[in-house]
Design a protein around this ligand. Structure first.
Ligand code: ACO
Length: 325
């Protein structure tokens, strides 16, 4: 089995900012409530002309440049998204077309906010087994298109963006362990009820806003704190490490209170938890992806560091990855 590492990182967020002050004019909320209850100050909103693949392509080009690879060098493209351009073809195929990655196999995965962790884990298997050499994994979301902008309990949380990485065989270090889990029993806590084969689009589903995110926030919150802590512990234990060995945690950015509670639970100092939630809100699969890119860019991750990626989301799904950088 080959060692697999991340050899390039990239991200893209749309230019338009939506601040808490802007939201105060749209729903009955306040900057004070949003800041203290979630840690979010602003989020990005995609232009009408932009779909998930457009954001993904920008993030992918940056990751490829950092990896010093051309699109033609890619063997595999995995896109994690809950806001695909189209139900089919997959968003990964639209990305493959835009990049001109002629050699690559391409597919999407649906694992909500844990999508980037699931995607990296899948790509790692192909490379470790020698089936493929170079893989691109992207987390991209245009959550503004599935947000009910009249529902203050959800619309203050989400934003648009994309992050990506290129994975390849490496001589030393790289991914040490991965852990993925799910519990479909909890699927109703967080879902997009209509638009699939269970509840296809009708005038009624549109009138009832069933094509927007529905969430039991309080319940999701409790599970998130527990599952993020558990997932971190399990992936570390697989390789004989503990929280004391961690240099940087890149968690899913759903709520600053979830992240602080998780830090306490796993015993990691808060300054080792990378957070960009204040600037972007929750971008589902793009949250861990952009956070990893920024943490590396900001010098928070250095060669030899132990980095933990950890996320949870609708499904419920959750997972973690331990990387020696
Ligand atoms: N502005 C002002 N008041 C608000 C707002 C708002 N935007 N939203 C809710 N409130 C009110 C409620 O109506 C309620 O009022 P009441 O007490 O009079 O009934 C009060 O604030 C408290 O509401 P709660 O829902 O209990 O607030 P809570 O502290 O739980 O925060 C939140 C809500 C931010 C959604 C939190 O529960 C959370 O972050 N949950 C987890 C979200 C998450 O992690 N999602 C998973 C990823 S998303 C994905 O997978 C796509």
């Amino acid at each position: 089995m080959k060692n697999v590492g991340i050899i390039g990182l990239g991200m893209y967020v749309p230019e338009k900012k939506l601040t808490n002050q802007d939201l105060e004019k749209m729903v009955d909320t306040s900057d004070e409530w949003i800041t203290t209850r979630t840690g979010i100050k602003e989020r990005r909103i995609a232009d009408k002309s932009q779909a998930a693949s457009d954001l993904a392509v920008n993030a992918a080009r940056e990751a490829l440049a950092q990896a010093k690879l051309k699109p033609e060098d890619l063997d595999l493209i995995i896109v994690a998204t809950i806001t695909p351009d189209t139900q089919f073809p997959s968003t990964a195929c639209w990305v493959q077309k835009a990049l001109g990655a002629k050699k690559a196999a391409s597919f999407d995965i649906s694992a909500a906010c844990a999508g980037y962790i699931y995607g990296i884990t899948i790509a790692q298997q192909f490379i470790a087994n020698g089936v493929y050499k170079n893989a691109l994994v992207v987390g991209t979301e245009v959550l503004s298109r599935i947000t009910d902008w009249t529902d203050r309990s959800t619309c203050v949380l989400f934003g648009d963006g994309a992050g990506s990485c290129v994975l390849a065989p490496v001589k030393e270090n790289g991914i040490l362990s991965t852990y993925l889990a799910s519990d479909g029993e909890l699927g109703d806590l967080l879902l997009l009820p209509a638009g699939g084969s269970r509840n296809p689009a009708t005038h009624q589903t549109v009138d009832e806003k069933l094509h927007t995110i529905k969430m039991q926030g309080n319940e999701v919150f409790k599970h998130a704190v527990k599952l993020l802590g558990e997932a971190t512990k399990i992936a570390l234990e697989k390789v004989g490490l503990s929280w004391k060995d961690i240099d940087c945690v890149i968690p899913h950015q759903a709520n600053i209170r979830i992240l602080l509670a998780m830090a306490k639970r796993i015993g990691v100092p808060e300054d080792k938890i990378y957070m960009n939630i204040a600037r972007y809100g929750n971008m589902s699969s793009a949250s861990t992806a952009t956070a990893l890119t920024e943490a590396f860019r900001d010098g928070k991750i250095k060669k030899g560091d132990i980095v933990v990626l950890v996320a949870f989301g609708g499904g419920l799904v959750w997972g973690s990855i331990v990387i020696k950088w």
